[in-house]
Design a protein around this ligand. Structure first.
Ligand code: SF4
Length: 389
């Protein structure tokens, strides 16, 4: 049976506030029944508060409305994010006064407040989950949609997967890409050929390994799978392989599943907001031009369905190539716009595929528009240009 995803379009028919996204967010909060579900609960609102001078993370006007609904329902809301992001959030307009509730670092200021979970996956066995999320009794995963250099896309999964774990786990999740071998030094013994492979990459993605002089190291987040290095590398010495690229998304699905496993059934809900979508995640600490049109707001109790629906809606748009930073190279033209930006092997749908396999939800969904845009009937006569010479 398909899951329900509520949707609010950023388009409006009339120049009226009640047709704009903050008001439509209220309708989604109503549809999700948040007020009726949070009485007496300690409600963690997990969001990414960004860093440095980034201003494209979720505007406080959205966050405050969610906080207010929780309070009206008799819940005790608090915002959580990683220590470095929560620590300087006031500089980006996030304060208890603007949001309406406290802001806490998810694992404490020094990330000493966490719980250990065991789930073997490639280089990972122990996962350190922030106490600020595990000790909550209700979760609102409030996410900003955007691109991501490691996996193409950040949404509901990504907000939990990286944003609830402590640094050793976050680092190991990124390192999962390196677990399966991709460099075979015996096939490339000549240092000059190795130097040529490095020189062939225009994105600094392939470098000399710091520990092994005869090895190369791939920075997967920089690689857009253009294949230039493979034209120089001896056959079989270097692999640009899906297994390495997909490992990060698999780790994200597992991480999110561990976080969600700490909540009782019915005690989690998800809101995605697709405004000012940038090429990379909000951790980068700056904001450039939006690379896709705004897609609006999504709400669901199903983490798989909400990211699937968000990706499908984004897929209806075209990458705004003139807004893409010049150092990036959207050479790939098939598939999803985030693949155009980050390369074919950073398939943004992988995380929902893995999430569905873990039993976290369904990729099949019914989209319910909470305020469909009305079509305006124009007068039957055509225009004349009164100002023509
Ligand atoms: S595939 Fe392209 S971007 Fe990736 S390492 Fe090779 S040359 Fe660099």
């Amino acid at each position: 049976m398909p899951s329900t995803v509520y949707y609010a379009s950023p388009r409006q028919t009339r120049l009226e506030a009640n047709e704009t996204l903050p008001i439509k967010l209220d309708l989604i909060v109503d549809k999700l029944g948040i007020r009726d579900r949070v009485k007496g609960e300690n409600v963690a609102i997990k969001m990414h508060l960004g860093g440095n001078v980034g201003y494209s993370t979720l505007h406080p006007v959205f966050v405050r409305r969610v906080v207010q609904a929780v309070k009206e329902g008799g819940g005790r809301p608090f915002i959580v994010d990683l220590n470095w992001s929560a620590g300087d959030a006031a500089g980006r307009g996030y304060t208890p006064e603007t949001l309406g509730c406290s802001i806490f670092p998810i694992g404490g200021m020094d990330e000493h407040y966490y719980y250990r979970h065991t789930h073997p996956f490639k280089n990972l066995s122990e996962w350190m989950l922030g106490g600020g999320i595990q000790d909550a009794t209700f979760l609102i995963d409030l996410s900003h949609l955007k691109g991501h250099p490691s996996c193409g896309f950040g949404g509901a999964f990504k907000n939990l997967a990286l944003g609830c774990m402590m640094q050793p786990t976050r680092g190991a999740m990124h390192d999962a890409c390196h677990f399966d071998p991709y460099w075979f030094p015996e096939r490339c013994p000549d240092p000059q050929v190795r130097a040529a492979i490095i020189a062939a990459c225009p994105h600094g993605a392939v470098v000399q390994d710091k520990e092994n002089a005869d090895s190369l190291h791939l920075h997967f987040e920089n690689c857009n799978q253009c294949g230039r290095c493979l034209q120089v590398a001896p056959a079989g010495s270097l692999k640009i392989d899906p297994v390495n690229f997909h490992a990060f998304q698999q780790a994200c699905a597992i991480s999110a599943s561990l976080t969600l496993s700490t909540f009782a059934p019915g005690k989690t809900t998800f809101i995605n907001i697709g405004t000012h979508m940038t090429p990379v995640c909000d951790c980068f600490g700056f904001t450039g031009l939006p690379i896709l049109p705004d897609v609006g707001i999504f709400g669901s109790d199903d983490i798989v369905a909400i990211d699937q629906a968000s990706l499908d809606m984004i897929a209806r748009s075209r990458l705004i190539e003139e807004n893409v930073p010049l150092s990036m190279e959207p050479w790939y033209t098939e598939g999803h716009p985030f693949q155009h930006l980050h390369g074919p092997l950073k398939d943004p749908y992988k995380v929902v595929e893995y999430g569905e396999k873990l039993g976290l939800g369904s990729r099949s969904y019914e989209l319910i528009d909470v305020m469909p845009v009305e079509q305006i009937a124009r007068a039957p006569l055509g225009y004349i240009n009164l100002h023509a010479d």
